[in-house]
Design a protein around this ligand. Structure first.
Ligand code: CP
Ligand code: NVA
Length: 331
């Protein structure tokens, strides 16, 4: 059965075929409908799920918890400092211990190698809830949101604007190439994605007829696009980079002037959290030091009719549920 992904890890979209990704999106949409109808089939009943977090999280943590409970599983949050992971016990040993107790393990943290080691040794499905390199569950939510608003994914013109070499840019590049989009990374040259990644996704694009390009020109990159996506300029773990990134990326801020270059019905997406006003302590600090009242996206765009960021955030639950159900549950 081509879409039987039971028992598989979910570490990066590199490991999934276009059909498997489409299947996960269809399952997400079905599970969303069931939830709206108040139906909870308990596909994860009796399962125990470990949620390991080295970095903070609002959406990913809450989506895993709600999705697990919706389907009858017990989620256990293991935060930074709660377990010995890599400090007094190797990742490999921790994987083998947790694998004897839990039916599935989510990991969010720094090194991608950590989630790979967990996946190699746990003996149960391991899901990547974000590493420095990839954020694959986020891509499913992004694509489900675009599908809901535009009706299709193939040939969607999609510009990712900002830090072109972070976990979001990497993962979107892979997903968009696999699903046949016209995908552009728009960023300064110093923040272009690794050439090896761009080369590897070209092989996917050849099969799906996707177009993948990388440009430092905002005008060329966002012209006529259906979707503009951005992410924070400084990812978790890079907090000393603010000054450099502000200088590199201020010309890449998503604002109304940029949206005017896109299709008139362009969607704005952002994985969140976003710096779009002064209502955060970091936002206030940046304003005091650099005089910016927003970073990667202006308040005007964030609050505009183009913005579907809260649909996207909600879709984290339905898509994460699909990943857990498909790899672990009784479908
Ligand atoms: N988008 C996302 O992963 O959000 P959190 O960091 O809040 O989980
Ligand atoms: N690139 C961001 C994504 C947050 C969801 C980070 O890693 O901090």
């Amino acid at each position: 059965m081509p879409f039987n992904i039971k028992g598989r890890n979910f570490l990066t979209l590199h490991d999934f075929s276009p059909k498997e990704i489409e299947y996960l999106l269809e399952l997400s949409a079905d599970l969303k409908k069931l939830k709206y109808a108040g139906v909870k089939p308990g596909r994860l009943a009796g399962k125990n799920i470990a949620l390991i977090f080295e970095k903070p999280s609002t959406r990913t943590r809450c989506a895993f918890v709600v999705a697990a409970v919706d389907e009858g599983a017990h989620p256990e949050y293991l935060g930074k400092g709660d377990i010995q992971l890599g400090k007094k016990e190797s990742v490999k040993d921790t994987a083998r211990v947790l694998g004897r107790m839990f039916d599935g393990i989510q990991f969010r943290g720094f090194k991608h190698e950590t989630v790979e080691t967990l996946g190699q040794y746990a003996g149960v499905p391991v899901w990547n809830g974000l590493t420095d390199k990839y954020h694959p569950t986020q891509i499913l939510a992004d694509f489900l949101t675009i599908q809901e608003h535009k009706g299709h994914l193939k040939d969607i013109k999609f510009a990712y604007v900002g830090d072109g070499r972070n976990n979001m840019a990497n993962s979107l590049l892979i997903g968009a190439a696999k699903l046949g989009m016209d995908f552009r990374i728009v960023s300064p040259k110093e923040l272009f994605p690794e050439k090896s990644l761009v080369d590897s996704v070209q092989a996917y694009a050849d099969v799906s007829n996707a177009k993948v390009s990388v440009t430092d020109s905002v005008d060329a990159g966002v012209k006529g696009v259906d979707v503009i996506y951005t992410d924070v300029w400084v990812s978790m773990g890079e907090e000393e980079m603010f000054e450099q990134r502000i200088n590199q990326l201020k010309a890449y801020q998503v604002n109304m002037e940029m949206l005017k270059k896109a299709d008139k019905d362009v969607l704005f997406l952002h994985c969140l959290p976003a710096f779009h006003n002064l209502e955060t302590t970091v936002g206030e600090e940046v304003y005091a030091k650099y005089g910016l009242d927003a970073m990667e996206v202006t308040e005007e765009v964030f609050e505009s009719k183009h913005s579907v960021v809260f649909d996207e955030a909600e879709n984290r639950v339905h898509t994460i549920k699909a990943v857990m159900v498909a790899t672990l549950g009784d479908q």
